[in-house]
Design a protein around this ligand. Structure first.
Ligand code: NAP
Ligand code: ZN
Length: 354
């Protein structure tokens, strides 16, 4: 066991604070990783504050972080895919049973025995898994990803969650060439959604509650920007969309977006607000419209997404922060003041004494 510096929350109402956790010694199949950068996902905040208590209650202390990029420091004897010094990533998953139907279909995120990177039962040490707001992590090689060498590691870290979560539904939708695609919410997920939808040839429209983000939206690849709080701008888009990706983290009116879909149009939710949402049956009936959801992506698809990003030079737009600014970053995230993902420079943790 190796004592490891981390930041944890000790309750739903406490700030994140310095802590020391234990990491296991690498077993045969494990890869030990020194963490260089870890993105801050809104799911970290939902979990820390136990906002998903009805589905996935939080066990404390909670060390979040599932957008991890780091260097391999040690590998177990049976590891074949990685060696010391490799630049690697770890996303939201660290284990699954490899025997269920979901694992057979490479969608390990739906395995009934999947272990998430934090707040899941830890099969090795007991207690729960601890995430990337820490110096190092030890992960089964089957859940370690290769980071293309041309990608900046700070900007690559958010690909491990925000990247795959938007890439997967956008890719699955089908050929987007020339289709009209909406992305609701320009935060961490949303800005990656814009980049991927554009890369797949769509006409991309961003819906934002923050008019000040319009120029950035266009720079990121949007063809048009709609301020969603303006009823006139919204009404002008009625019945025009093929596909809408909803990345919003808080309560909002889904019916307003259903009205914008055309015949057989689909809205996919990736945002995970705390409260259930009301849907008007009529908003679905007229136009045979569909609502669907999507959860991250499997390991093979995550590697495919990373390779795609390597080929196209796609990374997240990040504001790199020291870990000491974590609580401030959470408050800014709640104010939709993220441009467009915080990436923690883990070197800032190394100097801290406990
Ligand atoms: P984020 O960076 O905070 O972005 C969310 C954006 O939603 C904000 O920037 C804001 O964009 C918009 N928004 C916030 N409050 C709103 C409100 N009340 N009404 C309308 N729009 C609002 O969060 P994120 O990290 O991208 O995560 C987004 C959501 O996806 C979270 O719920 C997170 O837990 C979830 N998530 C799901 C998965 C999955 O696998 N399905 C994976 C990761 C994250 P504007 O300023 O442009 O309006
Ligand atoms: Zn996430």
């Amino acid at each position: 066991m190796k004592p490891t510096k981390a930041y944890s929350a000790s309750s739903a109402t406490s700030l994140l604070a310095p802590d020391t956790i234990q990491r296991r010694e690498p077993t045969e199949r494990d890869v030990a990783i020194d963490i260089l950068y870890c993105g801050i996902c809104h799911s970290d905040l939902h979990t820390v504050r136990d906002e998903w208590a009805s589905v996935m209650p939080t066990t404390y202390p909670c060390v979040p972080g599932h957008e991890i990029v780091g260097r391999v420091t040690k590998v177990g004897a049976a590891v074949t895919g990685f060696k010391e010094g490799d630049l690697v990533g770890v996303g939201c998953l660290v284990d699954s049973d490899h025997s269920c139907g979901s694992c057979a279909k490479n969608v390990e995120q739906f395995c009934p025995n999947a272990a998430f990177t934090y707040n899941s039962p830890d099969a090795h040490l007991g207690g729960v898994t601890y995430g990337g707001y820490s110096e190092r992590i030890v992960v089964d090689e089957r859940f370690v990803l290769r980071i293309p060498s041309n990608l900046d590691p700070a900007g690559a870290a958010p690909l491990l969650c925000a990247g795959i979560t938007t890439y997967s539904p956008i890719k699955r939708w089908g050929n987007l060439e020339g289709k009209k695609v909406g992305v609701v919410g320009l935060g961490g997920l949303g800005h990656m959604g814009v980049k991927f939808a554009k890369a797949f040839g769509a006409h991309v429209v961003v819906f934002t509650t923050s008019p000040g983000k319009a120029d950035d939206a266009r720079r990121l690849g949007a063809d048009d920007v709609i301020v969603s709080t303006d009823p006139e701008q919204m009404a002008a888009q009625a019945w025009t969309f093929d596909f809408i990706l909803d990345t919003v983290s808080a309560d909002h009116d889904l019916n307003a977006y259903l009205r914008l879909l055309g015949l057989d149009g689909e809205i996919t939710l990736v945002g995970a607000p705390e409260n259930p949402m009301a849907v008007s049956a009529f908003a679905l009936l007229f136009g045979r419209k569909r609502i669907s959801g999507s959860l991250i992506g499997g390991i093979a698809e995550t590697q495919e997404m990373l390779d795609f990003c390597g080929e196209h030079g796609i990374i997240a737009d990040v504001e790199v922060i020291p870990i000491q600014l974590l609580n401030e970053a959470y408050e800014r995230m709640l104010r939709s003041d993220v441009k467009y993902r915080f990436s923690i420079d883990m070197a800032s943790l190394k100097g801290e004494s406990r």
